[in-house]
Design a protein around this ligand. Structure first.
Ligand SMILES: [Mg+2]
Length: 169
């Protein structure tokens, strides 16, 4: 059984998870967090870099959906031009809306991965839904107490991940 909070993969930025990489690990569908994964909170629209990345996914036949805990106003605007299946106020780490998004795009657990920036929201949610998780660092982290506390709790998990990764090399 998978360790609940352990990411399956880590990258420094979302687009390092290239269509080639995703295909190489058997991924046909990807569920995406938005805030601090694809864009910082203050960017209402996807940048050309994000749009180009979605285009290469589509070219490789990889389906994508958005599952965000942020509100509909934010997510609907972000998604206006890209037009993906999108769930806001998704309640991650609960799996319900991840499973709904997967059903909407015809994804199965074995060939789906979720990418997000938070261990106790995104990685946990992915594993609750029975899919793999890619963790990226938050693009622009908040500095409030709760966020700093969460990062502190994440630290031992990230250390363990790096130890495992080094042992495999
Ligand atoms: Mg996020």
């Amino acid at each position: 059984m998978k360790f609940t909070f352990m990411p399956d993969f880590r990258f420094d930025t979302f687009d390092q998870a290239s269509a080639e990489f995703l295909t190489s690990i058997g991924v046909k569908s990807i569920i995406l967090d938005v805030d601090n994964t694809l864009e910082p909170y203050e960017n209402p629209l996807p940048t050309p870099k994000v749009i180009a990345w979605f285009d290469t996914l589509a070219t490789h036949g990889i389906k994508a959906a958005i599952v965000s805990n942020n509100d509909a106003e934010r997510i609907d605007l972000f998604n206006k031009d890209i037009g993906l299946v999108a769930y806001s106020k998704a309640g991650k780490p609960f799996k319900k809306n991840i499973l709904r998004a997967m059903a909407d795009i015809g994804a199965d657990a074995e060939s789906t991965v979720l990418m997000g920036d938070q261990i106790f929201t995104d990685v946990w949610a992915a594993h609750n839904a029975g899919i793999r998780a890619i963790l990226v660092p938050p693009i622009k982290d908040k500095r409030d107490l709760l966020t700093r506390f969460k990062r502190l709790l994440e630290r031992p998990i990230l250390k363990k991940y790096e130890r495992k990764r080094l042992n495999k090399q």
